[in-house]
Design a protein around this ligand. Structure first.
Ligand code: GLN
Length: 279
């Protein structure tokens, strides 16, 4: 059944409704595209078409969720990462584009030779699953403290048809008997000061344990540094995502742990220090 309105009319209503409540209007467009599986071009081509009643009702329901700051990715229940779709729930951090750059860096620097790799704090499993998908010869482990996150990650691995060994535990403690070539992590790194000023939608809906870390955001890096010595091979390397102000602190922490290795800090596309490699 037709709602008697075009997509454009309904979208305009949704956008101005959100705007008048101080919310991001672009989210309505994102939801409309996601619900229909449309690209931006397909959206534009369909704007003058009549909108079915069911679609209008769906958008209205979605807009009400946006009104209470639910992140659009949680409303949809999935999002894109490195060109593929991953399930996300409120038990898992929503993948950020910076993490695609971390994955890209690892893939660029590590070819097809078999490697043993561990992703620490896997969350949705995006890093582990994407690496295994692009490097099938690698043996990939993925660790998380949260059983709920691990079940989402397992589902994502299954959807993508890749074999990742998931382990529940604290950082590297569950990998004691494994010799690793690569350790990768996007750990929680938000300090208490930063946490206080984060968007309401992040603070209300995203898991704090995936974002916040004690010790000025450095607590988990310290754990990884200390524990990695026992499991990293002599020629092993570590790739980390970091907060944009943590380059010096994380760099010197790992340099102290690994005086024999070189520490490199890499900027993201926005020009912020965002990744560290210890090799
Ligand atoms: N980049 C994320 C943010 O700023 C933080 C991710 C993390 O703590 N690992 O929201």
């Amino acid at each position: 059944m037709d709602s008697g309105k075009t997509y454009l009319e309904v979208l305009n209503w949704a956008s101005s409704f959100l705007e008048s409540h101080g919310k991001e209007a672009a989210a309505a467009e994102y939801l409309l595209m996601e619900r229909n599986g449309w690209t931006k071009t397909e959206l534009v081509l369909n704007l003058s078409q009549p909108m079915p009643t069911a679609a209008e009702q769906q958008l209205s329901a979605d807009v009400l969720q946006l009104l209470v700051d639910v992140p659009p990715q949680y409303i949809i229940g999935s999002c894109e990462f490195y060109g593929a779709r991953f399930k996300v729930t409120s038990d898992t951090l929503i993948p950020r584009p910076e993490t695609e750059e971390l994955v890209e860096w690892i893939l660029q620097e590590n070819g097809d030779a078999p490697l043993r790799v561990a992703d620490i704090g896997t969350g949705t499993g995006i890093i582990a699953v994407t690496l295994k998908k692009h490097r099938p010869s690698w043996e990939v482990f993925a660790v998380d403290l949260s059983p709920a996150a691990l079940s989402v990650a397992r589902e994502n691995a299954e959807t993508h048809g890749v074999d990742v060994t998931f382990l529940q535990g604290d950082t590297l403690s569950v990998l004691k008997d494994v010799c690793l070539d690569v350790i990768v992590s996007n750990p929680p790194y938000i300090s208490s000061d930063e946490w206080e000023v984060m968007d309401a939608s992040v603070r209300t809906y995203e898991p704090k344990m995936a974002l916040f870390a004690e010790d000025n955001g450095l607590a988990v890096y310290r754990k990884i540094a200390a524990q990695s010595r026992d499991v990293l091979s002599d020629s092993g390397r570590i790739y980390l995502e970091i907060g944009y102000r943590q380059g010096d602190a994380v760099g010197s922490l790992f340099q102290k742990t690994y005086p024999e290795k070189q520490v490199v800090i890499k900027q993201d596309m926005a020009g912020q220090a965002r990744m560290v490699r210890i090799f």
